[in-house]
Design a protein around this ligand. Structure first.
Ligand code: HEC
Ligand code: HEC
Ligand code: HEC
Ligand code: HEC
Length: 337
């Protein structure tokens, strides 16, 4: 996938971003091990965020996964010997870095798994355009962030990319891993409840002590964009189904539920026409085997709606959806502080 993306980008530059959505939408491809700096490099400045991360499942999987009997059984069925060396597992369970010409797992799921590999943006995002924080002009700051984004940085404000990235791991769109390896077919992921518990590290902007929950309007946008990305990702996952076994059944169930949930949200938020468009795009497509072309085409349309929503709204007009958003009792894990 990385190779394919580089090939297209090199060949037709940025226009390829529009032409090959399948390639760009694979967020895992954005995590080039040659560009990974590692969580210690981030922790030099982001101490508090690193401390929170160390209390998460994402951190602990580095040590725990290779010791788990279940993991070893999956690996064995897949014909992989060492879990930390099996590319099959590295993608979603570890942060990988090129060292001595080899790809090596250096941590669990870490900063760059979610904010993207840092090499092309780490300096620029923190550099205040070569000035001091107080002397950098707003125009310079704007250019700085644009450069960081062009370097691949996934910023908290980019809701679609942020969500897409979580789902690229949490849906587990790998048929063989599930049918042959017996791996779980993903989890009941939902963006608000899964990001506001143990994951939450809103400590940078503020006093560094209070781990603020996302604001009410931000949670609404998270919830809605999350539903759209859930549908997009599960349609793509069904597209990869070639045999009538666990994978196909689970992913079709997932897509069907996602379709219903999104239709429900579209009804409540009739002031958001993009939601109705996404529901319509996904409504006609058959959730069946060997239907990749049609499912991918529908997923592309759903994705386009998701990007529009993330770019156009801030959630302030979404109050009608509040009742549907999971509350603190549903958050995954305890937030630190
Ligand atoms: C040299 C210090 C330094 C290092 C190293 C550093 N950061 Fe930052 N980071 C900053 C500063 C400074 C800001 C805020 C800039 C501002 O306020 O305009 C920031 C902001 C951020 C933000 C918020 C972006 C936004 O949209 O507001 C994220 C996310 C982030 N950093 C992630 C990382 C990650 C991941 C790494 C490691 C790959 C990293 N940082 C390494 C100093 C650093
Ligand atoms: C496409 C992403 C993806 C790939 C590839 C993947 N996993 Fe997972 N795996 C996940 C996610 C996401 C979870 C957590 C699911 C949840 O929270 O419900 C998970 C959970 C697990 C668990 C149960 C939880 C735990 O940590 O004990 C085991 C065991 C596991 N994976 C082993 C493996 C092994 C071994 C491989 C390689 C052969 C592998 N996985 C490849 C995404 C992936
Ligand atoms: C599981 C994915 C994930 C991981 C791992 C992760 N982040 Fe984040 N990060 C996010 C999300 C999501 C947000 C926005 C959360 C919100 O709005 O509640 C965020 C927000 C931030 C912010 C802005 C915080 C603020 O005060 O508003 C910074 C800075 C940041 N992350 C840096 C880091 C660093 C450094 C690491 C590693 C130590 C890291 N992140 C690990 C997903 C992640
Ligand atoms: C690189 C792949 C990857 C990405 C990206 C990712 N996760 Fe995960 N996540 C996993 C895996 C694998 C596990 C299971 C870890 C374990 O327990 O072994 C997990 C576990 C979790 C858990 C703990 C679940 C539990 O059982 O309590 C939460 C919460 C979570 N992820 C939230 C998020 C959120 C929110 C995002 C995006 C902002 C995200 N993840 C992005 C792979 C990923």
């Amino acid at each position: 996938m990385i190779m394919i993306r580089k090939f297209f980008c090199g060949l037709v530059l940025l226009s390829a971003l529009v032409l090959v959505p399948g390639g760009v939408n694979n967020a895992r491809a954005a995590n080039d091990p040659a560009k990974v700096m590692g969580p210690n490099a981030c922790a030099e400045c982001h101490k508090n965020e690193a401390e929170v991360w160390k209390g998460t499942h994402h951190f602990k999987t580095f040590r725990d996964l290779p010791r788990s009997k279940e993991a070893r059984e999956i690996a064995k069925k897949m014909g992989a010997r060492r879990i930390k060396a099996a590319s099959l597992c590295l993608d979603c369970h570890f942060t990988n870095q090129v060292s001595g010409g080899k790809v090596k797992a250096i941590a669990g799921i870490s900063c760059e798994s979610c904010h993207s590999a840092g090499k092309s943006w780490i300096k620029v995002h923190s550099g205040y355009s070569g000035k001091k924080k107080a002397t950098e002009t707003p125009a310079e700051a704007k250019t700085r962030w644009e450069k960081a984004e062009a370097g691949g940085m996934i910023r908290p404000k980019e809701m679609y990319r942020l969500a897409k990235n979580c789902y690229s791991c949490h849906v587990v769109p790998r048929e063989k891993l599930i049918n042959v390896g017996g791996h779980t077919a993903g989890s009941a992921f939902e963006l608000v409840s899964w990001s506001q518990g143990e994951i939450r590290h809103n400590l940078w902007y503020g006093d560094g002590k209070t781990n603020k929950p996302a604001s009410a309007k931000r949670k609404r946008l998270m919830f809605v964009v999350g539903l759209v990305v859930e549908l997009e990702t599960s349609l793509r996952a069904v597209g990869k189904a070639t045999e009538k076994k666990t994978y196909a059944v689970k992913m079709a169930g997932r897509a069907s539920r996602a379709r219903k949930r999104l239709a429900g949200a579209a009804k409540i938020l009739s002031n958001v026409p993009e939601l109705a468009a996404a529901v319509k795009a996904a409504g006609a497509v058959g959730l069946k085997l060997n239907n990749d072309a049609a499912l991918s085409a529908a997923a592309d349309k759903v994705a386009a709606a998701g990007k529009q929503i993330a770019g156009k709204y801030d959630g302030s007009t979404f109050a009608a959806i509040d009742k549907a958003i999971p509350g603190p009792g549903k958050y995954k894990g305890k937030p630190v502080r």
